[in-house]
Design a protein around this ligand. Sequence first.
Ligand code: NDP
Ligand code: A1CAB
Length: 266
Amino acid sequence: MKIGFIGAGHMAQAIMIGLCKQKYVATADILVHSAHETSYQPFAAEHGLTAATSNAEIVKQADIVILAVPAAQTLDIVASLQDELASHEPILVSVAGGISLAQLQENSDSTGLSIVRAMPNVNVAIGQGMTALVTSPITPAADFAQVEQLFQALGDTTPLAEKDFATFSALAGSAPAYAYLFIDSLARAGVKYGLDKEIATKIAAQTVLGSAANVAESSTNPWGLIDQVSSPGGTTVAGLLAMEEAGLMTAVVKGIDATIAKENAE
Ligand SMILES: NC(=O)C1=CN([C@@H]2O[C@H](COP(=O)(O)OP(=O)(O)OC[C@H]3O[C@@H](n4cnc5c(N)ncnc54)[C@H](OP(=O)(O)O)[C@@H]3O)[C@@H](O)[C@H]2O)C=CC1
Ligand SMILES: O=C(O)[C@@H]1CCC=N1
């Protein structure tokens, strides 16, 4: 099976690196093309991938085409590939935020094309991704299963109604950035009290990693876990109340509100 990438930016690279690490297919069976040779050729050479000469070549050669270009350009690129899509009929996977299956179908001008919309996050690069998937009504179950299997090799997946994609995009697509912000904030506080930044970051990252694993494995909800850490009259409850006074939860929800509003405006 050949997997083609149109776009070689952060998201495409994260998926390609994940596929290489998992040895999902032979590296030469991963094809890539993007707007500038200087973006995709060195990356292809470094990882042993096949650099294609055009977007059309990707569509002609690949069984699955992953479109990972800016959302604003996604539909124009699909429209420019109508002929190749109609004659080669790969499975088309779009990761673009805010671009619907109906828009992709309409711009591909192809009634028989299998189209899957995916919302991965950058953690697919290390096999710890969280990806939502939804398929067009005409996509055969076997084609959807191929795409699902690909993303399952790179972490967890969930089927999701298309109406919930903007929410998912905020909670999983964008949220690695918000988690990094929290980790950096913890580490920066450590620096304030004299720790070396590198050591403080390692301490913060491992603490967040372990806490996330605890939430995932525990039958207790996060509030219950917070109570387990908060000794009566102790330090944690003092810290929690100070964070709440500064509006941590409101700040997070406002951030998610803004993320969803921006995606809905695309
Ligand atoms: N970054 C993330 O964490 C996530 C991103 N996404 C989605 O992924 C998509 C890409 O985002 P991201 O990777 O961050 O963006 P980047 O800006 O990092 O990458 C965009 C890529 O698109 C390529 N490109 C632009 N125009 C064309 C064209 N006409 N033909 C071929 N390639 C083209 C660029 O090429 P070149 O490099 O050569 O200039 C670049 O490689 C977006 O739709 C976004 O919504 C979804 C989930 C998470
Ligand atoms: O910032 C963005 O628009 C993309 C979508 C989800 C994560 N990154």
